[in-house]
Ligand binder design. Structure first.
Ligand SMILES: Cc1cc2nc3c(=O)[nH]c(=O)nc-3n(C[C@H](O)[C@H](O)[C@H](O)COP(=O)(O)OP(=O)(O)OC[C@H]3O[C@@H](n4cnc5c(N)ncnc54)[C@H](O)[C@@H]3O)c2cc1C
Length: 284
């Protein structure tokens, strides 16, 4: 049964720990609760904001006059090399569980603090792999209430871009078709160890802020070359562990974080003539 609450701070729903209040808030644990939530929002004529783990979102400081939905649709069933998973399921856990079964293709997901829905929305990736390589289909709820199953072939996607970024609605579930590899678990453990060594996982961040300008030029290396590690605006700071991670070092506001993003973009452009595109979503 859907429970709609009022005035929930979005900062608690984001790994950045930044954001104003959402006027209305609900957790959805099933597909029918998602449908119920959208029907309620349609009736009230309110916009809906779907949140997974909030690990790629910078929520603005101003209140959001709409319904924020926290996605907890978290079933997961295996059938040989196929996995059918709710969009609120932990993407990192999926990476571990598939690897433990000797299933290959999602080892890279281990350590990405996302939901499956967020990973499908973003085409999350790491270590040269990405979500759409093994994705086979997606069940989607349009804000109009229509539900539709998309085969991967019907979707367009690229580096951190997908069809869903220009659609209005909620990814409900996904099916992945995986390979077999006895070394999958070993590979997954190596990935998580490397991640722990190279990323500031104890800090409040949204992972990489900028897209890499090209496959062989990382945004982090560029920012570092421009001498911007530790550069800050208020409590918003460039990490000194990984320069493409901007962190909330105490009580940064969205305004400070946006100013830091713009200043980094400006300085990198002045020194290298390269314009860095944000990967994170500044919402709502
Ligand atoms: C420490 C750290 C490490 C990271 N490492 C990586 C990495 O290696 N690779 C990588 O690609 N990313 C990485 N990220 C970024 C982030 O985890 C990914 O972008 C991830 O895909 C976001 O998933 P989420 O569930 O948190 O989505 P959210 O941040 O909650 O949402 C992101 C966007 O997706 C939309 N959305 C979320 N769920 C749904 C849904 N069910 N239906 C419709 N829209 C939806 C939201 O509205 C929003 O626009 C990292 C982040 C952190 C904090």
């Amino acid at each position: 049964m859907l429970n709609i609450q009022t005035n929930r701070s979005l900062s608690e729903l984001s790994t950045f720990g930044i954001g104003g209040d959402a006027h209305f808030f609900a957790e959805i644990s099933t597909i029918s609760e998602a449908e119920e939530a959208y029907a309620w929002a349609r009736k009230q004529e309110l916009p809906v904001l779907v949140i997974g783990k909030g690990s790629n979102c910078l929520f603005r400081d101003e209140p959001f006059h709409g319904l924020a939905l926290l996605n907890k649709i978290d079933f997961c069933t295996f059938e040989e090399r196929k996995v059918f998973v709710g969009s609120g399921y932990s993407f990192s856990l999926l990476g571990v569980q598939t690897a433990k079964r000797g299933l290959s293709g999602l080892e890279f997901a281990s350590g990405i603090p996302a939901t499956v829905g967020g990973a499908v929305f973003m085409n999350a990736g790491a270590n040269g792999k990405e979500t759409y390589q093994t994705l086979s289909s997606v069940l989607y709820l349009f804000e109009t209430g229509e539900k539709r199953e998309f085969a991967k072939e019907e979707l367009s996607y690229g580096y951190r871009t997908t069809s869903f970024q220009s659609m209005k609605g909620c990814i409900l579930s996904a099916t992945f078709n995986l390979g077999l590899n006895d070394e999958a678990r070993k590979k997954q453990l190596e990935i998580i160890q490397y991640r722990m060594k190279t990323q500031p996982l104890k800090d409040k961040s949204a992972g990489c802020i900028f897209r890499n300008p090209s496959p062989d030029l990382s945004a982090g290396a560029l920012i570092e070359r421009c001498g911007l590690k530790d550069f800050s605006v208020g409590d918003a700071k460039v990490s000194n562990i990984h320069a493409n991670f901007l962190i909330n070092s105490n009580r940064a506001s969205a305004k400070e974080m946006i100013e830091l993003i713009e200043r980094v973009q400006r300085q990198v452009f002045e020194k290298t003539n390269i314009h860095l595109e944000p990967e994170i979503r500044i919402l709502p």
